[in-house]
Design a protein around this ligand. Sequence first.
Ligand SMILES: Cc1cc2nc3c(=O)[nH]c(=O)nc-3n(C[C@H](O)[C@H](O)[C@H](O)COP(=O)(O)O)c2cc1C
Length: 414
Amino acid sequence: MLHGRRVLLILSGGIAAYKSLDLIRRLRERGVAVRAVMTAAATHFVTPLAVAALCEDKVYTDLWSLTDESEMGHIRLSREADLVVVAPASADLIARMAAGLADDLATTVLLASDKRVLIAPTMNLVMWAHPATQANLATLASRGVVRVGPGSGELACGEIGSGRMAEPAEIVTAIEQVLQAPPALPSRASGGGEVGGRLAGRRALVTSGPTREPIDPVRYISNHSSGKQGHAIAAALAGLGADTVLVSGPTQEPPPPGVQLVPIETAAEMLTACEAALPVDIAVMAAAVADWRVESVAGHKLKKDAKGPPMLRLAENPDILATIAQRANDRPRLVIGFAAETEDIVENARAKRARKRCDWILANDVSPSSGTFGGDRNTIHLVEGGTVEHWPVMTKKEVAARLAQRISEYFDRP
Ligand SMILES: Cc1cc2nc3c(=O)[nH]c(=O)nc-3n(C[C@H](O)[C@H](O)[C@H](O)COP(=O)(O)O)c2cc1C
Protein backbone atom coordinates (compact mmCIF):
# COMPACT_ATOMS: atom_id res chain seq x y z
CA MET A 1 0.00 0.00 0.00
CA LEU A 2 2.98 2.32 0.27
CA HIS A 3 3.85 2.17 -3.42
CA GLY A 4 3.94 5.65 -4.95
CA ARG A 5 3.67 7.49 -1.61
CA ARG A 6 6.08 10.32 -0.77
CA VAL A 7 7.79 10.63 2.59
CA LEU A 8 9.83 13.61 3.73
CA LEU A 9 12.31 12.15 6.21
CA ILE A 10 13.94 14.53 8.67
CA LEU A 11 17.02 13.20 10.43
CA SER A 12 18.22 14.95 13.57
CA GLY A 13 21.32 14.42 15.66
CA GLY A 14 21.01 11.12 17.45
CA ILE A 15 23.19 8.07 17.48
CA ALA A 16 20.24 6.08 16.05
CA ALA A 17 20.56 7.97 12.74
CA TYR A 18 22.30 4.88 11.35
CA LYS A 19 19.00 3.00 11.69
CA SER A 20 17.36 5.59 9.43
CA LEU A 21 19.54 4.33 6.58
CA ASP A 22 17.82 0.96 6.93
CA LEU A 23 14.47 2.76 7.18
CA ILE A 24 15.14 4.52 3.86
CA ARG A 25 16.12 1.20 2.26
CA ARG A 26 12.92 -0.47 3.46
CA LEU A 27 10.78 2.43 2.22
CA ARG A 28 12.50 2.47 -1.17
CA GLU A 29 11.95 -1.31 -1.48
CA ARG A 30 8.25 -0.63 -1.04
CA GLY A 31 8.24 1.95 -3.82
CA VAL A 32 8.16 5.02 -1.56
CA ALA A 33 9.81 8.23 -2.78
CA VAL A 34 11.96 9.43 0.11
CA ARG A 35 13.30 12.96 0.26
CA ALA A 36 15.59 13.70 3.19
CA VAL A 37 16.38 16.77 5.26
CA MET A 38 19.23 16.55 7.78
CA THR A 39 20.02 18.84 10.68
CA ALA A 40 23.62 19.96 11.05
CA ALA A 41 23.95 17.59 14.03
CA ALA A 42 22.60 14.65 12.00
CA THR A 43 25.45 15.02 9.51
CA HIS A 44 27.89 14.15 12.34
CA PHE A 45 26.26 10.73 12.69
CA VAL A 46 25.64 9.68 9.07
CA THR A 47 26.88 11.36 5.92
CA PRO A 48 24.52 13.18 3.55
CA LEU A 49 26.18 11.12 0.79
CA ALA A 50 24.99 7.83 2.31
CA VAL A 51 21.49 9.23 2.82
CA ALA A 52 21.38 10.62 -0.75
CA ALA A 53 22.59 7.33 -2.21
CA LEU A 54 19.85 5.37 -0.45
CA CYS A 55 17.14 7.94 -1.24
CA GLU A 56 18.37 8.16 -4.83
CA ASP A 57 17.69 11.87 -4.45
CA LYS A 58 19.40 15.02 -3.28
CA VAL A 59 19.64 15.60 0.47
CA TYR A 60 18.74 18.99 1.92
CA THR A 61 20.73 20.38 4.84
CA ASP A 62 20.92 24.15 4.47
CA LEU A 63 18.19 26.77 4.75
CA TRP A 64 20.47 29.31 3.13
CA SER A 65 21.53 27.32 0.06
CA LEU A 66 20.94 29.54 -2.94
CA THR A 67 20.82 26.53 -5.26
CA ASP A 68 18.36 24.53 -3.16
CA GLU A 69 16.14 27.55 -2.59
CA SER A 70 15.97 28.39 -6.29
CA GLU A 71 15.48 24.76 -7.34
CA MET A 72 13.09 23.56 -4.66
CA GLY A 73 12.41 26.14 -1.95
CA HIS A 74 11.72 25.20 1.64
CA ILE A 75 7.96 25.72 1.28
CA ARG A 76 7.72 23.28 -1.64
CA LEU A 77 9.87 20.85 0.32
CA SER A 78 7.36 21.01 3.16
CA ARG A 79 4.36 20.44 0.89
CA GLU A 80 5.49 17.82 -1.63
CA ALA A 81 5.06 14.81 0.64
CA ASP A 82 2.23 12.65 1.92
CA LEU A 83 3.81 12.39 5.35
CA VAL A 84 6.67 13.97 7.29
CA VAL A 85 8.67 11.48 9.37
CA VAL A 86 11.21 12.67 11.92
CA ALA A 87 13.61 9.79 12.65
CA PRO A 88 15.59 10.04 14.73
CA ALA A 89 13.79 12.79 16.62
CA SER A 90 16.30 14.25 19.09
CA ALA A 91 15.29 15.87 22.37
CA ASP A 92 16.52 19.14 20.90
CA LEU A 93 14.45 18.92 17.72
CA ILE A 94 11.36 17.88 19.71
CA ALA A 95 11.86 20.96 21.90
CA ARG A 96 12.27 23.22 18.88
CA MET A 97 9.15 21.74 17.24
CA ALA A 98 7.15 22.26 20.43
CA ALA A 99 8.35 25.87 20.66
CA GLY A 100 7.47 26.52 17.01
CA LEU A 101 11.02 27.57 16.16
CA ALA A 102 12.19 27.86 12.58
CA ASP A 103 15.91 28.36 13.02
CA ASP A 104 17.21 25.82 10.52
CA LEU A 105 15.92 23.96 7.46
CA ALA A 106 14.39 21.06 9.44
CA THR A 107 12.33 23.24 11.79
CA THR A 108 11.38 25.71 9.05
CA VAL A 109 10.08 22.84 6.91
CA LEU A 110 8.19 21.39 9.89
CA LEU A 111 6.60 24.73 10.76
CA ALA A 112 5.62 25.37 7.13
CA SER A 113 4.24 21.86 6.61
CA ASP A 114 0.54 21.13 6.25
CA LYS A 115 1.12 17.36 6.38
CA ARG A 116 0.81 14.81 9.15
CA VAL A 117 3.96 14.31 11.19
CA LEU A 118 5.23 11.05 12.70
CA ILE A 119 8.17 11.21 15.11
CA ALA A 120 10.48 8.42 16.28
CA PRO A 121 12.21 9.84 19.36
CA THR A 122 15.50 8.53 20.68
CA MET A 123 17.61 9.75 23.53
CA ASN A 124 19.24 8.93 26.83
CA LEU A 125 16.68 7.77 29.42
CA VAL A 126 17.20 10.77 31.71
CA MET A 127 16.69 13.17 28.79
CA TRP A 128 13.54 11.18 27.93
CA ALA A 129 12.14 11.29 31.46
CA HIS A 130 12.94 14.99 31.92
CA PRO A 131 9.75 17.01 32.54
CA ALA A 132 10.80 19.41 29.76
CA THR A 133 10.90 16.59 27.19
CA GLN A 134 7.64 15.09 28.45
CA ALA A 135 5.92 18.51 28.32
CA ASN A 136 7.22 19.06 24.78
CA LEU A 137 5.88 15.65 23.72
CA ALA A 138 2.48 16.46 25.25
CA THR A 139 2.45 19.76 23.31
CA LEU A 140 3.25 17.98 20.05
CA ALA A 141 0.63 15.33 20.76
CA SER A 142 -2.02 17.99 21.34
CA ARG A 143 -1.22 19.27 17.84
CA GLY A 144 -1.79 15.85 16.28
CA VAL A 145 1.82 14.70 15.96
CA VAL A 146 1.94 10.90 16.09
CA ARG A 147 4.75 9.09 17.88
CA VAL A 148 6.24 5.65 17.36
CA GLY A 149 8.45 4.36 20.16
CA PRO A 150 10.79 4.77 21.89
CA GLY A 151 11.30 1.25 23.17
CA SER A 152 13.19 0.08 26.22
CA GLY A 153 16.47 -1.73 26.35
CA GLU A 154 20.16 -1.05 26.39
CA LEU A 155 20.87 2.41 25.02
CA ALA A 156 23.92 3.52 23.06
CA CYS A 157 25.10 5.41 26.15
CA GLY A 158 25.31 2.07 28.03
CA GLU A 159 22.36 2.80 30.33
CA ILE A 160 19.21 0.70 30.29
CA GLY A 161 15.71 2.15 30.01
CA SER A 162 13.32 4.01 27.68
CA GLY A 163 14.83 5.92 24.80
CA ARG A 164 15.72 3.43 22.07
CA MET A 165 14.45 4.49 18.68
CA ALA A 166 11.74 2.20 17.27
CA GLU A 167 13.16 -0.36 14.87
CA PRO A 168 12.94 0.51 11.13
CA ALA A 169 10.32 -2.25 10.57
CA GLU A 170 8.13 -0.74 13.31
CA ILE A 171 8.50 2.73 11.79
CA VAL A 172 7.47 1.37 8.36
CA THR A 173 4.36 -0.22 9.93
CA ALA A 174 3.56 3.04 11.73
CA ILE A 175 3.94 4.93 8.42
CA GLU A 176 1.52 2.46 6.80
CA GLN A 177 -0.97 2.94 9.63
CA VAL A 178 -0.79 6.73 9.51
CA LEU A 179 -1.09 6.86 5.73
CA GLN A 180 -3.98 4.38 5.67
CA ALA A 181 -5.98 6.36 8.17
CA PRO A 182 -7.97 9.46 7.32
CA PRO A 183 -6.32 12.57 8.81
CA ALA A 184 -7.07 12.95 12.52
CA LEU A 185 -8.23 16.37 13.54
CA PRO A 186 -5.63 17.67 15.93
CA SER A 187 -7.67 18.83 18.83
CA ARG A 188 -7.36 18.64 22.57
CA ALA A 189 -10.69 16.81 22.72
CA SER A 190 -9.30 13.96 20.63
CA GLY A 191 -6.58 13.17 23.10
CA GLY A 192 -3.28 14.87 23.48
CA GLY A 193 -2.07 14.01 26.94
CA GLU A 194 -3.81 16.75 28.89
CA VAL A 195 -1.14 17.96 31.32
CA GLY A 196 -2.48 17.75 34.87
CA GLY A 197 -5.57 15.70 33.84
CA ARG A 198 -7.28 13.32 36.28
CA LEU A 199 -5.07 10.45 35.16
CA ALA A 200 -1.85 12.49 35.05
CA GLY A 201 1.03 10.46 36.45
CA ARG A 202 -0.71 7.16 35.56
CA ARG A 203 0.50 4.89 32.80
CA ALA A 204 -1.96 2.99 30.62
CA LEU A 205 -1.62 0.14 28.14
CA VAL A 206 -4.37 -0.35 25.56
CA THR A 207 -4.54 -3.03 22.86
CA SER A 208 -6.63 -2.53 19.76
CA GLY A 209 -7.55 -3.94 16.38
CA PRO A 210 -7.20 -7.46 15.03
CA THR A 211 -4.09 -9.58 14.84
CA ARG A 212 -2.91 -11.15 11.61
CA GLU A 213 -1.58 -14.67 11.69
CA PRO A 214 0.42 -15.52 8.56
CA ILE A 215 -0.23 -18.62 6.47
CA ASP A 216 2.53 -17.89 3.96
CA PRO A 217 4.28 -14.67 2.87
CA VAL A 218 1.12 -13.33 1.17
CA ARG A 219 -1.85 -14.80 3.13
CA TYR A 220 -3.05 -14.54 6.69
CA ILE A 221 -5.90 -15.35 9.11
CA SER A 222 -7.53 -12.33 10.75
CA ASN A 223 -10.91 -10.96 11.86
CA HIS A 224 -13.18 -7.96 11.28
CA SER A 225 -12.10 -5.88 14.29
CA SER A 226 -11.87 -2.23 13.21
CA GLY A 227 -9.85 -0.92 16.15
CA LYS A 228 -12.40 1.86 16.64
CA GLN A 229 -13.16 0.97 20.27
CA GLY A 230 -9.56 0.38 21.37
CA HIS A 231 -8.28 3.52 19.66
CA ALA A 232 -11.09 5.58 21.21
CA ILE A 233 -10.19 4.24 24.68
CA ALA A 234 -6.51 5.09 24.18
CA ALA A 235 -7.50 8.61 23.07
CA ALA A 236 -9.82 9.04 26.07
CA LEU A 237 -7.18 7.89 28.59
CA ALA A 238 -4.54 10.12 27.01
CA GLY A 239 -7.11 12.92 27.07
CA LEU A 240 -7.31 12.54 30.86
CA GLY A 241 -3.53 12.83 31.06
CA ALA A 242 -2.49 9.15 31.24
CA ASP A 243 0.82 8.28 29.59
CA THR A 244 -0.74 5.83 27.13
CA VAL A 245 0.83 3.07 25.05
CA LEU A 246 -1.39 1.73 22.26
CA VAL A 247 -0.40 -1.70 20.94
CA SER A 248 -2.38 -2.12 17.78
CA GLY A 249 -2.86 -4.56 14.93
CA PRO A 250 -3.47 -3.22 11.42
CA THR A 251 -6.49 -0.87 11.34
CA GLN A 252 -7.84 2.03 9.30
CA GLU A 253 -8.04 4.17 12.45
CA PRO A 254 -5.73 7.16 12.78
CA PRO A 255 -3.37 6.68 15.72
CA PRO A 256 -4.74 9.08 18.35
CA PRO A 257 -2.55 12.06 19.13
CA GLY A 258 -0.82 11.85 22.47
CA VAL A 259 -0.43 8.09 22.60
CA GLN A 260 2.64 6.01 21.96
CA LEU A 261 1.74 3.70 19.09
CA VAL A 262 3.34 0.26 18.95
CA PRO A 263 2.23 -1.34 15.68
CA ILE A 264 2.21 -5.14 15.60
CA GLU A 265 0.76 -7.87 13.41
CA THR A 266 0.64 -11.21 15.24
CA ALA A 267 -0.62 -12.19 18.70
CA ALA A 268 2.91 -13.19 19.71
CA GLU A 269 4.17 -9.71 18.75
CA MET A 270 1.28 -8.13 20.67
CA LEU A 271 2.18 -10.05 23.83
CA THR A 272 5.86 -9.07 23.54
CA ALA A 273 4.91 -5.40 23.05
CA CYS A 274 2.50 -5.49 26.02
CA GLU A 275 5.11 -7.04 28.30
CA ALA A 276 7.67 -4.46 27.15
CA ALA A 277 5.22 -1.67 28.09
CA LEU A 278 5.00 -2.83 31.72
CA PRO A 279 4.86 -1.57 34.41
CA VAL A 280 1.54 0.23 33.88
CA ASP A 281 -1.29 1.17 36.24
CA ILE A 282 -4.10 0.40 33.80
CA ALA A 283 -4.36 -2.27 31.08
CA VAL A 284 -7.34 -2.26 28.74
CA MET A 285 -7.21 -5.22 26.39
CA ALA A 286 -9.61 -4.31 23.60
CA ALA A 287 -7.86 -6.05 20.71
CA ALA A 288 -9.52 -8.97 18.96
CA VAL A 289 -6.58 -11.34 19.27
CA ALA A 290 -6.73 -14.38 17.01
CA ASP A 291 -7.18 -17.50 19.14
CA TRP A 292 -5.12 -19.59 16.78
CA ARG A 293 -2.18 -19.24 14.45
CA VAL A 294 -0.92 -21.51 11.71
CA GLU A 295 1.51 -23.93 13.31
CA SER A 296 4.11 -23.86 10.53
CA VAL A 297 4.08 -20.79 8.34
CA ALA A 298 5.20 -21.56 4.77
CA GLY A 299 8.33 -19.68 3.73
CA HIS A 300 7.05 -19.40 0.15
CA LYS A 301 3.65 -18.72 -1.41
CA LEU A 302 1.58 -21.91 -1.29
CA LYS A 303 0.77 -23.05 -4.81
CA LYS A 304 -2.48 -24.44 -6.17
CA ASP A 305 -1.55 -27.86 -7.46
CA ALA A 306 -2.89 -31.31 -8.20
CA LYS A 307 -2.48 -32.41 -4.56
CA GLY A 308 -5.48 -30.23 -3.69
CA PRO A 309 -5.86 -27.58 -1.00
CA PRO A 310 -3.28 -27.57 1.81
CA MET A 311 -4.23 -28.66 5.31
CA LEU A 312 -3.61 -25.92 7.84
CA ARG A 313 -2.79 -27.14 11.30
CA LEU A 314 -3.53 -24.51 13.94
CA ALA A 315 -1.76 -23.85 17.23
CA GLU A 316 -3.15 -21.92 20.17
CA ASN A 317 -2.02 -18.32 20.54
CA PRO A 318 -0.88 -16.91 23.89
CA ASP A 319 -3.68 -15.57 26.09
CA ILE A 320 -2.61 -11.94 26.41
CA LEU A 321 -5.33 -10.83 28.85
CA ALA A 322 -4.70 -13.75 31.22
CA THR A 323 -0.93 -13.35 30.98
CA ILE A 324 -1.05 -9.65 31.89
CA ALA A 325 -3.68 -10.21 34.61
CA GLN A 326 -1.60 -12.96 36.21
CA ARG A 327 1.84 -11.31 36.19
CA ALA A 328 3.49 -11.98 39.50
CA ASN A 329 5.47 -8.80 40.23
CA ASP A 330 4.19 -6.14 37.88
CA ARG A 331 0.48 -6.87 37.45
CA PRO A 332 -1.26 -3.60 36.52
CA ARG A 333 -3.51 -2.35 39.33
CA LEU A 334 -6.54 -2.39 37.05
CA VAL A 335 -6.80 -4.98 34.26
CA ILE A 336 -9.81 -4.67 31.98
CA GLY A 337 -10.77 -7.19 29.31
CA PHE A 338 -13.39 -7.28 26.59
CA ALA A 339 -15.68 -10.20 25.95
CA ALA A 340 -17.06 -10.24 22.44
CA GLU A 341 -20.07 -12.52 22.69
CA THR A 342 -22.94 -13.54 20.47
CA GLU A 343 -25.04 -15.37 23.12
CA ASP A 344 -25.41 -15.52 26.95
CA ILE A 345 -23.41 -12.31 26.97
CA VAL A 346 -23.27 -11.53 30.71
CA GLU A 347 -22.89 -15.14 31.87
CA ASN A 348 -20.02 -15.76 29.47
CA ALA A 349 -18.39 -12.48 30.53
CA ARG A 350 -18.60 -13.45 34.23
CA ALA A 351 -16.97 -16.77 33.50
CA LYS A 352 -14.27 -15.09 31.43
CA ARG A 353 -13.51 -12.61 34.21
CA ALA A 354 -13.00 -15.42 36.71
CA ARG A 355 -10.96 -17.53 34.31
CA LYS A 356 -8.61 -14.77 33.24
CA ARG A 357 -8.46 -13.13 36.69
CA CYS A 358 -8.96 -9.62 35.36
CA ASP A 359 -10.77 -6.91 37.33
CA TRP A 360 -13.43 -5.71 34.93
CA ILE A 361 -14.89 -7.18 31.78
CA LEU A 362 -16.71 -5.10 29.21
CA ALA A 363 -19.03 -7.53 27.52
CA ASN A 364 -20.43 -6.59 24.15
CA ASP A 365 -22.75 -8.20 21.67
CA VAL A 366 -20.91 -8.76 18.41
CA SER A 367 -23.55 -10.83 16.62
CA PRO A 368 -23.78 -9.63 13.01
CA SER A 369 -27.19 -7.97 13.67
CA SER A 370 -25.67 -5.75 16.43
CA GLY A 371 -23.38 -3.96 13.97
CA THR A 372 -20.64 -3.74 16.63
CA PHE A 373 -17.77 -5.12 14.53
CA GLY A 374 -16.78 -2.28 12.24
CA GLY A 375 -19.72 -0.11 13.32
CA ASP A 376 -19.65 3.07 15.38
CA ARG A 377 -21.91 1.92 18.24
CA ASN A 378 -21.51 -0.49 21.08
CA THR A 379 -23.74 -1.89 23.84
CA ILE A 380 -21.69 -2.58 26.93
CA HIS A 381 -22.33 -4.60 30.08
CA LEU A 382 -19.64 -3.80 32.66
CA VAL A 383 -19.00 -6.87 34.83
CA GLU A 384 -17.13 -5.89 37.98
CA GLY A 385 -16.96 -8.35 40.88
CA GLY A 386 -20.52 -9.42 41.64
CA THR A 387 -22.16 -6.43 39.93
CA VAL A 388 -23.16 -5.81 36.34
CA GLU A 389 -23.87 -2.39 34.89
CA HIS A 390 -25.87 -2.28 31.69
CA TRP A 391 -24.87 0.77 29.66
CA PRO A 392 -27.23 2.18 27.05
CA VAL A 393 -26.33 1.93 23.35
CA MET A 394 -23.56 4.48 22.84
CA THR A 395 -21.06 5.47 20.21
CA LYS A 396 -17.66 3.89 20.70
CA LYS A 397 -16.26 7.31 21.60
CA GLU A 398 -18.94 7.69 24.30
CA VAL A 399 -18.12 4.22 25.63
CA ALA A 400 -14.44 5.22 25.75
CA ALA A 401 -15.18 8.48 27.57
CA ARG A 402 -17.39 6.70 30.12
CA LEU A 403 -14.81 3.99 30.69
CA ALA A 404 -12.00 6.55 31.13
CA GLN A 405 -14.20 8.38 33.63
CA ARG A 406 -14.86 5.15 35.56
CA ILE A 407 -11.14 4.37 35.56
CA SER A 408 -10.25 7.81 36.91
CA GLU A 409 -12.88 7.40 39.68
CA TYR A 410 -11.30 4.03 40.55
CA PHE A 411 -7.90 5.68 40.96
CA ASP A 412 -9.41 8.57 42.95
CA ARG A 413 -10.42 6.05 45.62
CA PRO A 414 -7.90 5.70 48.44
C1 LIG B 1 27.65 10.94 20.47
C2 LIG B 1 26.38 11.73 20.64
C3 LIG B 1 25.18 11.07 20.63
C4 LIG B 1 23.98 11.78 20.80
N1 LIG B 1 22.80 11.10 20.79
C5 LIG B 1 21.65 11.77 20.98
C6 LIG B 1 20.43 11.08 20.98
O1 LIG B 1 20.34 9.87 20.77
N2 LIG B 1 19.30 11.79 21.18
C7 LIG B 1 19.33 13.13 21.40
O2 LIG B 1 18.27 13.71 21.62
N3 LIG B 1 20.49 13.81 21.40
C8 LIG B 1 21.65 13.17 21.19
N4 LIG B 1 22.83 13.86 21.18
C9 LIG B 1 22.81 15.32 21.36
C10 LIG B 1 22.33 16.01 20.09
O3 LIG B 1 23.11 15.60 18.98
C11 LIG B 1 22.40 17.54 20.29
O4 LIG B 1 21.41 17.89 21.24
C12 LIG B 1 22.19 18.30 19.01
O5 LIG B 1 22.18 19.67 19.31
C13 LIG B 1 20.88 17.94 18.34
O6 LIG B 1 20.69 18.79 17.24
P1 LIG B 1 19.46 18.64 16.26
O7 LIG B 1 18.23 18.46 17.09
O8 LIG B 1 19.44 19.92 15.48
O9 LIG B 1 19.71 17.49 15.36
C14 LIG B 1 24.02 13.19 21.00
C15 LIG B 1 25.24 13.84 20.97
C16 LIG B 1 26.40 13.13 20.81
C17 LIG B 1 27.70 13.88 20.79
